[in-house]
Ligand binder design. Sequence first.
Ligand SMILES: Nc1ncnc2c1ncn2[C@@H]1O[C@H](COP(=O)(O)OP(=O)(O)O)[C@@H](O)[C@H]1O
Ligand SMILES: [Mg+2]
Length: 510
Amino acid sequence: MIGKVHSHAVLGINAYEVEVEADIAGGQHYFGIVGLPDPAVKESKDRVKAALANSGFYLSVERRTVINLAPADIRKEGAALDLPIAVALLSAQGVVDVGRLADYSIIGELSLDGRVKAIPGVLCIADGARRAKRRGLILPADNANEAAVVTGLDILPVETLAETIAFLNDRLAIEPHRVDLPTIFHQSSRYGVDFADVKGQQHAKRALEVAAAGGHNVLMIGSPGSGKTMLARRLPTILPDLTIEESIETTKIHSVAGLVPARQSLVATRPFRSPHHTVSNVALIGGGAIPRPGEVSLAHHGVLFLDEMLEFQRSALEALRQPLEDGVVTVSRASMSTTFSARFLLCGAVNPCPCGFRGDPIKPCSCAPAIVQRYLSRLSGPLLDRIDIHIEVPPVHIQELSRGQAGEPSEVVRQRVNNARQRQLERFRGCKSLFCNAHMETKELKKLCPLSDEVRSLLETSVARLGLSARAFDRIIKVARTIADLEGAANIEPPHIAEAINYRSLDREG
Ligand SMILES: Nc1ncnc2c1ncn2[C@@H]1O[C@H](COP(=O)(O)OP(=O)(O)O)[C@@H](O)[C@H]1O
Ligand SMILES: [Mg+2]
């Protein structure tokens, strides 16, 4: 007799169907798994054997047992197929009613004592089970909150293998797990940090508000301890409110990376990712034999912070250009290619010079001008071209730190950002996949941001007088448009241009 169980495996952020078949026949003792299992799947035979024994099921040892995972041409990874393998084995022995098996998908890792443990990628798997029109998904109880985000199928949490079998044999009723999505989303959409924590720094805070309002990438230049990391951490809190759809997209990526905590439903706040400068290109961009999302995708709908940006490998910074341009990353392997979303706000931080103290009011800088020049010139190039706003972040005076008043809370700033984004969406009506000023191309800039003669001549003289590069020109107009949007102004006026020019400090250096 052959036992068959429906299950799923994840490729990218999509789940495909896997049929787990078990055949137990006469012959010499043998236990094998076929169908491109990776090492973790191969090990599942030991876990499954122990779990069956410790759950009180008898598995005949003198027989020939073969597990087949179909389709055979896609590599299966991880331990999530333990539970379906165990059920298929019991089904092959006639221990499980086949009636219910056909209606459900089963997924879960087994521990040796027969408990069912949480697995990554459950949101994607629940989505896959729904698309496969299954009546329900039997899954680890720790994953139930996450899976229940998907509606249209019964989410049936189990704690043990024995419980699973009891349910399939109709000896145990399991209530389908439900979550109240809007309530959960609302409850978990709070940040642990707030803009109000930052004392002083009015200039930097204003620049970050502009960056958030227009989706502009931003670079902070300041000596160690001046508060760059502190400010960057708070940038997600002033980005526009996350929608449930955006939250589900981000959760799927975090889910396949195994980053959604047990019993949590959604990633309901904008992500903040801060990879160390030694990060490998694969960890940053994504990839691997079985494609995994990289930091750029984990930052999808949030902030990617590159602290000490000049310390990153050149190749890593260059690899960032493509996702910055396209908002997606495509990872190609011999047999398959997988696409991960990667639309994030880039926030970089650098010291103003190698010793870090140039421009510091107290500590003297020990760097020769030529060295500073060479240091900053490493910043130039294609990546800097994608950064609309550069600001200097001077250290806040000790007195201001101890006596300074709390600033505006993030929620207040975020309201202004929401309003500015709303104005942008209205302007972009009819422009496909354009959601914020930073993503305008020259063509759209010409059409959507006309300049009066007065404004144009102000811009031209400033660019000439300050020696700004030609490429700064478009960026200044985009940022000026965002500043006008924050103010609710229909047209770009001279003060908007003047403020935007302020955010090009690196152009003036060179
Ligand atoms: N404006 C500020 N308001 C409140 N605390 C600050 C401010 N600037 C710096 N700090 C304090 O100094 C610490 C160091 O700041 P940090 O953000 O790590 O600096 P940087 O990243 O520029 O080296 C912060 O954790 C914070 O406690
Ligand atoms: Mg820092």
